[in-house]
Design a protein around this ligand. Sequence first.
Ligand code: RP5
Length: 160
Amino acid sequence: MAKVGIVMGSDSDLEVMKPAAEILDEFGVAYEVTVCSAHRLPRETAKYAETAIDRGLEVIIAGAGGAAHLPGVIASFTTLPVIGVPIKTSTLSGVDSLYSIVQMPRGIPVATVGINASANAALLAVSILALKDPGLRERLEEFRQRQAEEVKAKDARLKE
Ligand code: RP5
């Protein structure tokens, strides 16, 4: 059963959201992928969020671009943690998306990552799930360790 819902406003967001799926694959976390626009499919978006807990989801990663209200709307219909991914736009470089997602008014938070940073959204989702999954926590610690070793190896090569 999927634990993470990856949702995006358009199939044009798919390329940017793919790294989130890859990270979850790497950690062996089951996920579902959905395209659901807050303005083009408002009722379906509400249903997606309202039924998320019953479907077994524990975290939602929502990516959108422009006037990116999808993560906020989803957060308003569920108490699950929602991680927002601002998608880079051609007109305002994604600053529009970032501001739209990060500046949620008090009461309905969205945990916002950087522009196009869907991999970080997935890592944050893994951290949340690891709170009650020791095996996942161990894999996350190993991931961090490998990352640290890669940086050290690069530093060592520079000094050769
Ligand atoms: C947003 O509008 C989507 O999240 C996407 O980033 C942007 C453009 O969507 P399309 O016009 O490519 O469908 O809703």
